[in-house]
Design a binder for this molecule. Structure first.
Ligand SMILES: NC(=O)c1ccc[n+]([C@@H]2O[C@H](COP(=O)([O-])OP(=O)(O)OC[C@H]3O[C@@H](n4cnc5c(N)ncnc54)[C@H](OP(=O)(O)O)[C@@H]3O)[C@@H](O)[C@H]2O)c1
Length: 245
């Protein structure tokens, strides 16, 4: 199937590794011009070269204004944006009383406000060209709380409401917005959480972890013009963990 992604301009946050990198690689294979992001210039430069990205915008999404600056800069530099993927590193673990206000503020900035900041810049540009694809990488925690991931459980649920609201406003402009909810996916993030792989697999009907490339295939379709009638949705890719939501 030709997904008509050739020369589409894509900005993918949090894409020097894990899920974001896999999405970047998949879009590059389809001929898109992909701009990647991560916290340091050195790593962005190395990964951009390795995967054949068109360029990069380094910046730390826990810092106020960074997502807005990067998105605005990308639109100015390349005269528009067709595809925006919001993504970043996962938050620290902690039960409710272990999470102090500083962590709430930092996680709110990186998981929530960075998304708002980049949408405020991208939507007017997409609207002007009557085409846009926005994908938010969140988590199955948006629908089913994960043990100890308090800020993720709280903040990610709200993003689905925000996307439903915005997708109502922008559907007529040819812009779709969808959330992808990864389940247990084989990346450095999962390793850092230090979970027992055996126990995790027992919770997954498919009996195995997801691969970031599988998620990237879904993202690539949703980012394409062919997916123009899918918007406002939260789509889990989790081997069957979530049910009845
Ligand atoms: N893997 C899973 O099982 C799973 C399940 C549910 C949800 N998720 C969520 O999906 C998202 C991606 O997960 P992943 O597994 O791909 O994580 P990962 O392997 O840790 O990769 C995270 C990516 O984000 C970048 N990043 C981290 N902090 C950043 C920051 N402050 N500013 C800008 N970029 C930043 C990293 O690049 P640099 O190091 O170069 O900055 C890296 O490219 C996370 O939010 C995670 O919580 C993952």
């Amino acid at each position: 199937m030709d997904l008509n992604l050739k020369d589409k301009k894509a900005l993918i946050f949090g894409s020097t590794g894990g899920i974001g990198r896999s999405i970047a690689e998949a879009l590059i294979k389809e001929g898109a011009s992909v701009y990647i992001n991560g916290r340091t210039i050195e790593k962005c430069k190395a990964i951009a070269q390795e995967i054949g990205a068109a360029g990069f915008y380094a910046g730390d999404l826990t810092q106020k204004g960074i997502a807005a600056n990067i998105t605005g800069q990308m639109i100015t530099d390349h005269k528009g944006i067709d595809i925006l993927v919001t993504n970043t590193g996962g938050p620290k673990k902690g039960s409710f009383l272990e999470v102090d206000l500083e962590q709430w503020e930092s996680d709110f900035q990186s998981l929530w406000l960075s998304v708002v900041e980049s949408l405020q810049k991208a939507l007017p540009a997409m609207s002007a060209q009557k085409f846009g694809r926005v994908l938010l990488i969140t988590s199955l925690a948006a629908k089913e709380p994960l043990p100890g991931l308090t800020t993720s459980n709280g903040l990610r649920a709200g993003l689905a409401g925000l996307v439903r609201s915005i997708s109502n406003e922008y559907a007529k402009d040819g812009i779709t917005l969808n959330l992808i909810l990864p389940g247990y996916t084989n990346t450095d993030r999962l390793k850092a959480l230090n979970l027992s792989e055996e126990k995790v697999k027992e919770m997954i009907p498919a009996g195995r972890l997801g691969e970031p490339e599988e998620l990237a295939d879904l993202a690539t379709f949703l980012a394409s013009p062919k997916a123009g009638y899918i918007t406002g949705q939260s789509i889990a890719i989790d081997g069957g963990v979530l049910k009845g939501h």
